[in-house]
Ligand binder design. Sequence first.
Ligand SMILES: Cc1ncc(COP(=O)(O)O)c(C=O)c1O
Length: 481
Amino acid sequence: MRIPLDRRSHKAVYLQIRDRISRLIESGALKPGDKLPSIRSLAEGTNVNKLTVLEAYSVLEAEGLVHARQGSGYFVSTPPLPLNQTQSTFAPPQEAIVTEQQGGWFYNLYMASLSAKEYPDIIDFSNGFSQVCEAKDLPRVARRAVKQVGDVLFNYDLPQGLLALRQQIARLLIQRGLEVTPDNLIVTNGSKQALSLAIHYYVKPGDWAIVECPCYHGVLAILSELGVRAIGIPMTPEGMNLELLEQYLHTHRPKLIYTVSTLHNPTGITTSQAHRQQLVRLAERYGCPILEDNAYEGLNFDPVPAPIKALDKNHIVTYLGTFSKTLMPGIRVGYMVSTGQHYQPLLERKLLHDLHVSTVSQAIVSEYLASGNYRRHLAHLQTKHLERRNMMLSALERYFPSQVAWTLPNGGTFIWVQLPPGAPMPEICQEALAQKILVAEGKPFFPDFQGYPAMRLNFSLTPEAIETGVSTLGNILKRYI
Ligand SMILES: Cc1ncc(COP(=O)(O)O)c(C=O)c1O
């Protein structure tokens, strides 16, 4: 491949390489599936450093034009198929679920999802983590981070976390429209710990709490274990049904509203600015704190409104975030934003719980954010997720029966599939498993462990897995509904 370079140009050499290759793709001279020259051969042929070629290929990859295959090099990507359906068909029953919950299942579910990894030939749509999230530059950044902060790492540190990390997180949140300072932040062991600390702070056994219906099952399990009664307010395509919410705020005087406002787990729905404003108004009117869990922040490929916490004038909103979904769940770094009178008691609880998060993990995330690698990594993830979401939507349209509805997420990793009433979910899931397809059944996402027939599909799998998995599931569904 001939790539003419202008060394006197103001344009960086890697961008010149990127532009040339993207023009070749646009013109059709390079076709989907074509292999790009190896990094070494292009570096030698154009007389540039290998890192320059790598940088050009990384930008092309972040733009979705090419993709890397382990050990084989870079290939031109297939453009996503155009979609017929631009509106969500999701239309669930609008009835609240009011329940004393049943606990005890979270451990089994969690262990079952881990054990799926032992079967490499299984197509695992049940996974809670992005299948394209591989920060290849993390080990290099990690080595640098550990060297730089060697002294701190060998000591106990502040319960609220390393100042450098809190400064980086504050910067990130300000860019997302949430004005915070490092003094509003508590770094936690993933957002799961932040959820547990906040829930134990705000509610007592016997209290009522509002959750979205369906809801992240990890929260249902914490509420259940604590003896808190749940009111599941149904989701609409725009978010929690606010009319029903007001009704239950009035009759049951709950002590907490839990919401995943952006890229909701499991539906993928993001609420509008107007929905957020109304939610805060209702919470203020009834004196009910809000716990805003933004575990999938940064994974949106369309713009999203600023967090609900940005509307909070009276310190009624506690905000949670995590690097589990965008970087690495095993690094266990999440955080909580708390303001006003709530900060100190939550901080003291954090200290009592486990003193502080591993300083090694914190230093690595801090360095990854400071170096600009995180921004690049997120751009790459967003492009990949958009491509995979479109592939899955296109496959659902082609293979699923017409009575099935699904959500249209603008990011994250999940599509929520709603099946007609009476669809026999245990049989469908069992049959799918027999054909090596694993899905997350809807039941555990409902406070009564029932809800309506549904399943959550992770759309970030490989194009081949999406095609084979969705067509197989479609055939199964056609036999049962
Ligand atoms: C909505 C939501 N919140 C919190 C978590 C917990 O994530 P972590 O503790 O890894 O940050 C998850 C994980 O699946 C989630 O989906």
